[in-house]
Ligand binder design. Structure first.
Ligand SMILES: [Zn+2]
Length: 256
């Protein structure tokens, strides 16, 4: 099961439980307030169904990395707040939810070792999905296609759990596009760079993922949502050069 293996997976899992499947007014789009409410509901679900890492020393380290990244994300998109929490799991994974809720797994922290810059870049990437509203855009798209029957109900109804398996499986098909992933890399690098981290932490972490993949049969979850290709690494290296040459900004004509 990849229910919680990515942001959209997590949203899907929560929606499958929260949505009743009855019809309701479908506006098709979300304002920030609705986005935050949706994110908060899904976050509560995520935190109920996972073991959260509350260890003070883990949290102290991760929050110290996360705070400057969150501040950069806030500059880029001020209408939401960003929080980073740790999920206790061997999975090499991280994801974000609409409204600014970011989760990183102990498995990913372990894989990154003492490379704080790599973690900063992963958190930057995840915050960038929120800044660019990628999950919300996917949901809006699905809405237009009539996949999400009653999202509005989520905001008006209590948390009564209804299982709608068929809706859940339809929703499972939602994924970020490669374009969204590239954009998240691009903004994530910028957040990390401007927060004072080494942006080469990102290609370094991609190499770690690629090696993990080679060493075992299973693809690390973050790599399955974010395939590590030489193209992606080259692209990230080029973007870092652009950032360094332009004081942490991308000129208008920087290609995605
Ligand atoms: Zn991503």
């Amino acid at each position: 099961m990849r229910l919680i293996s990515g942001a959209l997976g997590a949203i899907v899992a929560a929606l499958a439980v929260l949505s009743t499947g009855c019809s309701g007014p479908i506006g098709g789009s979300y304002n920030t307030d609705q986005e935050i409410k949706l994110g908060r509901k899904v976050a509560a679900q995520v935190e109920r169904s996972n073991k959260m890492d509350l260890d003070p020393s883990d949290n102290e380290r991760i929050q110290a990395i996360a705070r400057p990244i969150e501040a950069q994300a806030k500059l880029a998109r001020p209408d939401v707040d960003y929080t980073v929490k740790i999920i206790e799991s061997k999975e090499v994974n991280a994801f974000s939810l609409p409204g600014g809720f970011v989760y990183i797994y102990t498995g990913l922290i372990k894989a990154a070792g003492n490379d704080d810059d790599a973690i900063a870049c992963v958190l930057g990437h995840e915050c960038a999905h929120v800044v660019r509203r990628h999950a919300i855009k996917q949901l809006e798209q699905a809405n237009k296609q009539g996949l999400l029957v009653d999202l509005v109900g989520i905001f008006s109804r209590s948390d009564a759990a209804y299982q709608v398996a068929s809706l859940g499986s339809q929703l499972q098909q939602l994924h970020y596009s490669r374009e969204d992933e590239y954009e998240a890399d691009k903004y994530g690098l910028m957040f990390a760079y401007n927060a004072g981290f080494d942006p080469y932490g990102m290609p370094r972490f991609f190499t770690v993922l690629a090696n993990l993949e080679k060493g075992s049969q299973a693809t690390p979850p973050w790599a399955s949502d974010h395939p590590v290709t030489s193209n992606r690494i080259d692209r990230v290296n080029r973007l870092i050069e652009v950032l360094r040459a332009n004081h942490g900004k991308y000129p208008e004509d920087t290609r995605e």
